[in-house]
Design a protein around this ligand. Sequence first.
Ligand SMILES: [Zn+2]
Ligand SMILES: [Zn+2]
Length: 316
Amino acid sequence: MSNEIPDSESPYQVLLYYRYVPIEDPEAYAKEHRALCESLSLRGRIIVGDEGINGTVSGTTAETNRYMESMHGDPLTTEMEFKVDPAGEHTFPKLSIKVREEIVTLGLDESTDIDPNEITGERLSPREFYEAMQQEDVVVIDGRNDYEAELGHFKGAICPPIGNFREFPDWLRENASQLEGKKILTYCTGGIRCEKLSGFLRKEGFEDVYQLDGGIVKYGKDPEVQGRDFEGLCYVFDQRVEVEVNRTETRKIITHCRHCGVEQPHYGNCRWPSCNEQIFVCPDCREKQSLYCGASCREAHGKELVAKQVAASQVE
Ligand SMILES: [Zn+2]
Ligand SMILES: [Zn+2]
């Protein structure tokens, strides 16, 4: 887990970045971009659309630095802001570059879609966000999926029961009365989801809407706030799964082993492939009863394995 202070001597780096900028021919851009990434042996996930680019990649420190230089040399992405994490190795198994309608999918159609260059919440620096959280009549909304928020979130934040980002518009409309007259703060991992989420809120008529610029990742790296009042760990969509955020005395783990209740900060997947749910199970319980949600998943998996063996023996 990367809980150490960024260290330029680490052999690898993980980059997280996005930019809303018109791209005329996303297919051609993606093709050229693939050639660049392949020449630098980068791995990760990049989404390109006519509204911009959204990516997270891993690579050696030298090659990720070259990538950032190359992006800054391109007029389209001169101002791209990269969040950089040191790493001991690649954090992605392969490279994927896709062209999509939206670079983060809120599922809005052409008439309701948000262009964050036209409408979005006011951006707050980590320090401004921290100060705003202390005020009264403020609601803080976690703009991520429920399983991300379960691992860690800001103290006192509302964590909506959302399994996919595109469920947000409906949830916000259903719960609009809770938000009326309040100052609304939104945050997400790296900031991209809030560009649209806070824009959506403004379009729905809320006026006092703010977003955490650079997201949780930048908030954790800020030398002044140092992740203060973020509780738990931050979920990331690569092989690390979770990263540290809070480097102050307010750091704590908020997740527990589902079997015995001890603190358990790392997610695992239930071993029954048909379940595969992300769950918290401590090392002791893993050893005693393996990594299952509970008896029903263990028994179901056992039956499946036996049935497979029987089927295989009948073939012979
Ligand atoms: Zn346990
Ligand atoms: Zn299960």
